[in-house]
Design a protein around this ligand. Structure first.
Ligand code: ADP
Ligand code: MG
Length: 356
């Protein structure tokens, strides 16, 4: 188990990309706590697998270094770093039995056979393959193979960290949910540092204590699910977490208020905005009050999603989503107010602090 420090990591896949400044990872500099359960969340192509492979040692970063518990491991192999990794696509030894597939990492490390038997049986139970121990892996279904792959990642009890790269992709939704709860339980029991890569926010929010949001080769926020929801540090986080995502609109900031068109929106304090650059106001659909008071909006569409309605409206030429209780009557010409505490001001997409 280890604390992981990523120090000024950058990565370009080849010399041409490097010369063009085209980095798959731009500047990753963070500390991940020992024993933490982290989800690495972001859209396809944002650099999740690249970062995971740099942590495990499959990939050497172009710049920067990695430390486990303060020890520089940048030049060490995955084996030397003592890391277990589960890949997006199942890696299974077809000619071996299910049992032997799981036992492999243990026997490889000369773990006593009695311990191998005990540990493998325990993990087989957990991944729901208890009855299949003696079967050859060849001919098993894709999701059974994926479970074997997952089991092999979990079987050792002496690793520094376990890294999962979208490990449940081919598993059906119900089993996904079951396995995720199992992983969470295992995390609580073992105290392993776990990093779980996914592009699915539900998966990230249910697995992790801390969610690491990546966008365009950068980590844009690390926080609890509540922090990501309530105080997105970047407009991308606001957009990516929650459904519908945060509303973002260009504004001009004057003291403790924001101006858009001929409307003035009071803020909770004066934001520290720099001169120039793009200034935007972010507000979640849940924190807009729709009624008879405030600024005028034109309602275009109302979508009933069960206990709530999503109102799609136009406000000062901008599209706006508003979430209201199911029973609310919504008229075409309505008025809105923003909860000042729920407003974020963003300069060049990053949230800026407020004074006062
Ligand atoms: P993710 O896992 O978030 O989908 P990746 O880390 O796989 O993203 O990819 C990040 C970026 O690096 C993408 O633009 C991708 O095209 C590029 N990339 C990934 N692997 C390679 C590679 N082996 N060679 C060149 N470019 C790559
Ligand atoms: Mg990937």
């Amino acid at each position: 188990m280890a604390r992981i420090n990523l120090k000024h990591i950058r990565h370009a896949y080849n010399a041409r990309a490097k010369a063009a400044g085209d980095y798959a990872l731009k500047e990753v500099h963070h500390e991940w706590a020992d024993g933490g359960a982290y989800a690495l969340l972001g859209p396809s192509g944002c650099g999740k697998t690249t970062l995971l492979n740099i942590i495990s040692g499959l990939l050497h970063p172009s710049d920067g270094r990695i430390e486990f518990d303060g020890v520089d491991v940048t030049e060490l192999s995955t084996e030397q770093r003592n890391i277990a990794q589960v890949f997006q696509f199942p890696v299974v030894y077809d000619t071996m039995t299910v049992f032997d597939n799981l036992a492999f990492p243990l026997r490889n490390r000369h773990v006593p056979e009695a311990e191998v038997q005990r540990r493998v049986a325990e993990i087989l139970e957990m991944i729901d393959l208890g009855g299949m121990a003696k079967r050859r892996a060849q001919g098993l279904t894709a999701d059974q193979k994926q479970k074997i792959s997952l089991g092999r990642g979990l079987v050792r009890s002496d690793v520094n960290a376990i890294l999962f790269d979208e490990p449940l992709t081919v598993i059906d939704p119900h089993m996904k949910w079951v396995l995720r709860s199992q992983l969470k339980r295992l995390h609580r029991q073992s105290g392993f540092t776990m990093v779980y890569v996914t592009h699915d926010q539900t998966e990230a929010l249910t697995f992790a204590d801390k969610v690491v949001v990546m966008y365009d080769g950068q980590i844009v926020q690390i926080g609890t699910p509540a922090e990501l929801f309530e105080k997105p540090s970047h407009t991308f986080v606001g957009y990516f977490i929650g459904s519908p995502g945060m509303n973002v609109m260009p504004v001009a900031v004057e003291g403790s208020s924001a101006r858009i068109g001929d409307q003035v929106i009071p803020l909770a304090g004066a934001p520290k905005v720099g001169v120039g650059g793009k200034i935007e106001l972010g507000i979640r659909p849940e924190f807009i009050r729709l009624g008879r008071e405030g600024m005028p909006v034109h309602v275009n569409k109302v979508e009933d999603i069960g206990r709530q309605k999503i109102v799609r409206a136009t406000f000062c030429g901008q599209s706006l989503s508003i979430v209201v209780p199911e029973d609310d009557e919504v008229s075409t010409e309505a008025r809105i107010t923003f909860e000042p505490k729920a407003i974020g001001i963003y300069a060049d997409s990053w949230r800026v602090g407020t004074e006062g």
